[in-house]
Design a protein around this ligand. Structure first.
Ligand code: SF4
Length: 734
């Protein structure tokens, strides 16, 4: 038997396969982390179809985070100004269930909220949905994916009648033109970028266009970098469409046979001639024409996007406007082509399958759809009407719900909203008002710990067996390779035990996570994400597989046949009632908070190559800390000179909501008028360098995803120093 356990990297949505072996079996001196814990050995899984053995620095160093600063026992306190005290699981389950019943019968189930995470395995997500939306009758389950890719979900649903990225990673190596917009793929999805870049380098005829206000490492590799003004994406996309129309580079047969609403779209793009678009976007007409020419002359166009598009007050409109270009040129349902959203988190896709947003139900179903609710109620054995017809509170709604007293219980799991939510001072004040917050996480402390009444120790990656789905719909079994530390438990087991103690014994009678997955898979039968042919056993014996993968295909797969579908919509039929994809006709509205004389700069933010989100793991890994020792603000030399800011000088950044301080990085990589800060430094890791102290919560009306990517700020050089915490915690006693 192999000493290596196969699993998946738990960081980003690329979903790279890993193989892990225990420190004791290396036959060499055991490597230890800075706290003396033996380090497990990790390498890329060459057999994993998505990553083919490649990993980035995050995946390569993940094992170093396993034992640092773990939360080991359940803890409670009566109020936020008291110390926590250790309790047994039995005691804490009683406290939680009593509180749930009190809130349920005094304020109603809609006062109960759960805020989960794309770090969940699919089984965790599914049990949480069954507990919240089924048994308790509250649709108030939302996840941090709301802040990440809900605009992509809404865009796919509106254009195609269903969610689901239609492409696969093979398309990276089959395309003639890669159009990357709002994605710093090189740093945020490194292995996807490795595959694309290698192919691009070898095939000089293949074009790469990158649209980003920053000259990122991704943009460095492009044939054409369009550094558009923040908020002008729709202008650019409609401008490209205008030229394709003018040059007759459109696929009229595809438009006639496979789409609807083209005339409304054609009317809109009429208003985006090159001179207007170039002026609006701050690019040359020549560059705009080059982009349109690359697109129009390519047989196969693949577009890739992530948070730069999704985190916008017009996020859904942007996604649909990208899709429009594919529809007008017939660039979908074939190798090397299609609109491909890159998910941020390792299992945001699994969350979508399990119904893990406030408006979703398992199996790519919608809360608002009567038939979908009935199907789920019947499957779960619930009374008709048990699932509310109203979508629940989204991530930001939960914050405003705390402000106005409508939230009686908030259960946060595997995420760190005290760093990641917009308008952070307001968020923190709201969290302080929570009557009862349960915080379930693998680590102690995080910034959110300060706002919890109850802490529950969660097993994390490698300590529980479950399934994750990556951006290309590849489902991988993540096998446990070690025991959870002390009393930590898998998230789904915690939810299930609470369910049983609330009286839902048979609903949560699962012996293991394989049974949980088997139940969810049945609920996807005949849905776009049909996974009835997938099981833990099948994944273990045959390796990762893509959905849709219906049960009837299992036989041929076992006989060596190819059953999973690499691409969606190859038959050019979509999930809309008439089978046609819909054009969305949108004029650009621009930023929700454009710059003005008082706040003249646009602040944008993003990730760095080594760090992950709020540093809960990566901040505890020496190699990554030394790669990215401190936060910074990128500012163009012209702006810096005007304000008297020199390299490394501390800059005070103010928005209408808050302020933060960053050392200046004066660089031409950022366009004049725009500044960039990384989003990783919360209060634990630096003094006063929180990107979200500045951002605002204005959201896309369709996806309800906040516009985290842009807000208006003013800048001022100051003389004081920034303190970067050397946050070397002792081994947790908890
Ligand atoms: S690219 Fe993403 S999934 Fe792959 S190793 Fe890096 S962080 Fe992990």
């Amino acid at each position: 038997m192999s000493e290596f356990t196969k699993t998946l990297c738990p960081y980003c949505g690329v979903g790279c396969g890993l193989e892990v072996s225990p420190p004791a079996q290396q036959g060499k001196a055991t490597h230890r982390d800075s706290q003396g814990n033996p380090i497990w050995r990790v390498r890329g899984d060459k057999a994993h179809p998505s990553s083919q053995g490649m990993v980035c620095v995050k995946g390569a160093t993940i094992a170093e985070s396993l034992d640092k600063n773990r939360l080991h026992y359940p803890m409670v306190r009566d109020s936020l100004d008291r110390e926590f005290r250790r309790v047994s699981w039995d005691e804490v389950f009683d406290i939680i269930t009593r509180r749930i019943q009190t809130v349920r019968f005094t304020q109603g189930p809609e006062a109960i909220c759960m805020y989960g995470s794309g770090q969940f395995q699919t089984e965790d997500y599914y049990i949480a949905q069954k507990l919240m939306k089924g048994c308790l009758g509250s649709n108030n389950f939302d996840a941090n994916s709301r802040l990440c890719m809900s605009s992509a979900v809404a865009g796919y649903i509106q254009s195609f009648g269903s969610d689901g990225p239609p492409c696969c990673y093979e398309d990276l190596e089959l395309t003639d033109c890669a159009f990357l917009i709002g994605t710093n793929t090189a740093e945020c999805h490194p292995i996807v970028f490795n595959r694309l870049e290698k192919y691009h380098r070898k095939n000089r005829k293949v074009k790469m266009i990158v649209v980003d206000p920053r000259r990122t490492p991704t943009a460095e590799a492009a044939d054409l970098h369009l550094a558009i003004r923040p908020g002008t994406d729709i202008d650019l996309l409609n401008g490209i469409a205008h030229l394709l129309m003018r040059w007759d580079r459109i696929d009229t047969m595809f438009i006639d046979d496979c789409t609807s609403n083209f005339s409304a779209y054609a009317e809109v793009i009429r208003h985006y001639p090159p001179d207007v678009v170039a002026r609006q976007c701050g690019i040359s007409i020549e560059d705009l024409e080059t982009a349109a020419r690359y697109w129009g002359e390519s047989q196969r166009v693949l577009s890739l996007w992530s948070m730069g598009v999704n985190q916008s007050s017009e996020g859904t409109a942007k996604v649909r406007t990208i899709i429009n270009l594919h529809l007008m040129t017939g660039q979908i349902g074939k190798p090397g082509a299609g609109p491909f959203s890159l998910t941020g988190q390792p299992n945001a896709m699994g969350g979508r399958e399990a119904g893990g947003l406030a408006h979703l139900l398992p199996g790519y179903r919608l809360v608002k759809n009567d038939q979908h609710r009935t199907e789920v109620e019947d499957f779960w054995g619930l009374k008709r009407g048990q699932i509310s017809a109203n979508p629940g509170l989204t991530a930001w709604d939960m914050i405003t719900g705390l402000e106005n007293g409508n939230v009686g219980l908030l259960w946060i799991a595997a995420t760190n909203p005290a760093v990641s939510m917009p308008d952070l001072e307001r968020t923190k004040k709201a969290l302080l008002r929570s009557p009862f917050t349960i915080y379930q996480d693998a680590y102690y402390p995080t910034e959110t710990t300060a706002y919890a009444h109850v802490l529950l120790p969660a097993a994390q990656w490698g300590e529980k067996t479950g399934v994750m789905t990556n951006s290309e719909r590849m489902v991988t079994l993540c096998q446990a390779f070690r025991q959870p530390p002390r009393e930590a438990k898998a998230d789904w087991e915690i939810f299930a035990e609470v369910g049983r103690r609330l009286g839902f014994i048979k609903e949560f009678a699962f012996a293991n996570s394989a049974e949980v997955y088997a139940e969810l898979a049945q609920l996807t039968k005949s849905r776009p994400c049909d996974m009835t042919g997938i099981s833990h056993e099948q994944l273990q014996t045959q390796g990762p597989t893509q959905w849709p993968h219906p049960q009837e295909s299992r036989g041929s797969r076992e006989a060596g046949g190819e059953t999973s579908q690499k691409r969606l919509y190859t038959d050019l039929r979509f999930h809309t009632p008439d089978g046609r994809a819909r054009f969305g006709a949108y004029y650009s509205r621009g930023l929700a908070e454009p710059p003005d004389p008082d706040y003249p700069f646009v602040l944008t933010n993003g990730r760095l190559y080594g760090h992950w989100h709020t540093q809960t793991r990566t901040g505890r890994i020496e190699k990554i800390r030394s790669m990215h020792p401190e936060p910074f603000i990128e500012i163009h030399p012209r702006d810096a000179a005007k304000l008297g800011i020199s390299d490394n000088q501390i800059v005070e950044v103010r928005s209408r909501r808050g302020q933060a301080h960053f050392p200046a990085k004066v660089t031409k990589a950022i366009a004049p008028g725009t500044v960039f800060v990384p989003m990783h430094w919360g209060a634990l890791w630096a003094n006063d360098a929180e990107a979200n102290a500045l951002t605002h919560p204005e959201s896309c009306p369709d996806s309800l995803q906040p516009e985290l990517k842009a807000c208006a700020v003013q800048l001022m050089p100051v003389s004081h120093k920034i303190t970067v915490q050397n946050y070397q915690l002792q081994s947790s006693q908890w």
